[in-house]
Write a protein that binds this ligand. Structure first.
Ligand code: G3I
Ligand code: 9MR
Length: 557
């Protein structure tokens, strides 16, 4: 009788999805090349060999420099726990095959947004041992720099999610983060109506995912100036705080300049929210679309106000160097057209090209492609066709990489930036959109490989999600996890992931130099000093929620 092996402090060598696989999922094992040419899989319940498959010829993965071989064990399609062997020696952790295997990691990733709530205590009943006192009421927020406003100028801007490992609240990053969570609801409404997160609002008639997102939407609404519809870019302290808990961070907080990017991200998600929340709160729905149109109008009058960090402030900019607002304008116009059917919004889309960049906070063009490519949104046939062609063209590039690269992961060289794990997750979401459009399982299989990478099939041999996997990040750059005196970090957080920018490596600084030049996939450090590879963020967790949630629901179909 083979003893079931529990999680080891070290892996067995094979790179697999440490959470497991749905029964019909594509299953790929990656192994550093040591000459083996085949792999045996055993059912750990009875020690019987269930599959023997060949290993591919060795190939070098350009992002880690490793020479590896792949084995496709999709032939194992029966619920169970398995392990892989080469020449009789075990080479893999437990391989779990079961259709609901992603339920826990999906719910933990989504519940994490509750742990990010500002302006409220998180009681034990809902937060367990990561309970904490309230911080940042944000009911009396100044303007930065104060000299630009009348003496005593204040606004009340409570609630919202802390952006990341810091306590700032940022409208631009809220854009793609809120979109992604609400789009998951739009795509799996029936399933999500049954998902309880054990949050204070769980007893309401509104689905928990919508209750959680509402916490941030309510805050976003307070960031709009009722006088002119403009939207403040962020709400933060002047400088990043120390590593105390929210209750201990008492520095003055400010809103700063209105920007075109904030207004357009705001307009897009408020237009989306007006549709999604209408069956549950018609008043909020009406408020959201009015706010959306007002913000879009402000941005039309103020088309190129880009964020500029004020003197003396060092918190997040969310303003890439190559900033344009063309992508935000396209996305906002698309959402507003779907909500209002006003031709004026659709006409804007006629003149804005679709680009092929997978969406991130600095380029949301592809969010418009998702919308316009979906025939049920009612865009003109030529726009719908152009968007579908763009979606399939980019998806084919990613699918080709997943099918033919050494590790078989849909990732490009330019994805290895700060927050690279979110780029992989967003590549997976793009592939799922192509699957929805074509029903071609090869896109689903490629999306599976994106989740496999995040959950263990990577050169670091860890699951990048705290508390979910056999080996996971233990020291993320996340102030509540650093300051709460609890060894285990808050669970369900996707860390930023490897890249070779090394922005957190300073001479005599706390971060050892973890960068391996030319090997971005190896340039990662599980240490809270590394905000460039080991922080957490709402725009990183939201695509993890989408990818793990969608595959969870699709596995059940
Ligand atoms: O767009 C360029 C690309 O063209 C170029 O090839 C690439 C490599 O040089 O750089 C790209 O710009 C990078 C940009 O992210 C987009 O990837 C910048 O170098 C990089 O500095 C920038 O990092 C951002 C970081 O803040 C610093 O501003 C991250 O995306 C962003 O996620 C992160 O966000 C922070 C918030 O400011 C504060 N809260 C925590 C949060 C997560 O760390
Ligand atoms: O904690 C901050 C993190 O959220 C940001 O992503 C990062 C880069 O902007 O900055 C972190 O704050 C550090 C600051 O930049 C430099 N002094 C140390 C701060 C805490 O690590």
């Amino acid at each position: 009788m083979v003893t079931l092996v529990n999680a080891q402090t070290h892996g067995f060598g094979a790179r697999i999805n440490q959470i497991g696989y749905g029964e019909q999922a594509k299953k790929i094992l990656v192994l550093k090349d040591a000459g083996a040419t085949s792999v045996e899989f055993k059912d750990l319940a009875n020690g019987k060999t269930v599959l023997n498959v060949p290993l591919s010829a060795p190939a070098t993965w350009e992002y880690s420099g490793e020479s590896v071989r792949k084995a496709d064990f999709s032939g194992i399609a029966k619920k169970g726990i398995y392990a892989a062997y080469v020449n009789g020696a075990r080479i893999s952790d437990n391989i779990i095959v079961q259709n609901n295997v992603y339920e826990n990691v999906f719910k933990a990733a989504l519940k994490w947004f509750y742990y990010q709530r500002a302006s409220t205590a998180l009681p034990f009943e809902f937060a367990g041992k990561w309970m904490r006192a309230a911080g940042h009421p944000d009911t009396s927020v100044s303007f930065y720099p104060e000299a630009e406003k009348p003496a005593g100028w204040k606004i009340s801007s409570p609630k919202g999610w802390y952006d990341a490992g810091d306590y700032g609240k940022y409208v631009v990053n809220s854009g793609i983060s809120v979109f992604t969570l609400l789009e998951l609801y739009e795509h799996f409404e029936k399933e999500l109506k049954k998902v309880s997160l054990n949050i204070p609002e769980s007893k309401s008639q509104t689905p928990d995912i919508l209750e959680e997102v509402r916490w941030n939407l309510d805050w976003m609404l307070t960031m709009q100036d009722p006088a002119d519809g403009g939207v403040y870019h962020k709400l933060t302290t002047a400088r990043f705080s120390g590593h105390e808990l929210p209750e201990g961070d008492l520095a003055k907080r400010y809103v700063v300049m209105k920007t075109s990017t904030a207004a357009l991200n705001f307009a897009a998600v408020m237009a989306q929210a007006s549709r999604v929340y209408k069956p549950f709160d018609a008043k909020f729905s009406a408020k959201a679309i009015a706010a959306a149109e007002k913000a879009f109008e402000w941005a039309t009058k103020n088309p190129s106000i880009l964020f500029k960090q004020p003197e003396g402030m060092n918190t997040g900019p969310y303003a890439p160097s190559d900033e344009t607002v063309q992508d935000e304008k396209l996305w906002a116009a698309a959402e507003l057209y779907i909500s209002t059917k006003k031709k004026s919004y659709e006409n804007i889309i006629d003149n804005v090209p679709f680009d092929g960049q997978t969406p991130w906070w600095g380029n949301v063009n592809f969010l418009a492609v998702y919308r316009i490519s979906d025939a049920k949104n009612g865009f003109k046939k030529d726009l719908n066709k152009k968007a579908q062609d763009t979606l399939i063209a980019v998806a084919n590039t990613l699918k080709d990489i997943a099918e033919n690269s050494a590790y078989g992961i849909p990732v490009n060289k330019w994805n290895f930036v700060w927050g690279s794990n979110s780029a992989v997750a967003n590549n997976g979401i793009l592939l799922l959109h192509a699957y929805y459009l074509t029903k071609n399982k090869s896109y689903l299989d490629a999306a599976q490989r994106a989740l496999d990478y995040l959950l263990g099939a990577n050169p670091i041999d860890i699951s990048y999600v705290t508390g979910h996997g056999n080996r996971t990040p233990m020291s993320p750059h996340h102030r509540p996890s650093e300051g709460d005196g609890i060894t285990e970090p808050v669970p369900g957080m996707l860390v930023g992931g490897p890249h070779e920018g090394g922005q957190d490596v300073k001479p005599n600084g706390r971060c050892e130099n973890y960068v391996q030049k030319g090997k971005p996939a190896l340039s990662y450090l599980d240490n809270d000093c590394s905000y460039a590879t080991n922080e957490v963020a709402i725009n990183w967790n939201s695509p993890l929620v989408y990818l793990s949630g969608a595959l969870h629901f699709l596995n059940a179909k």
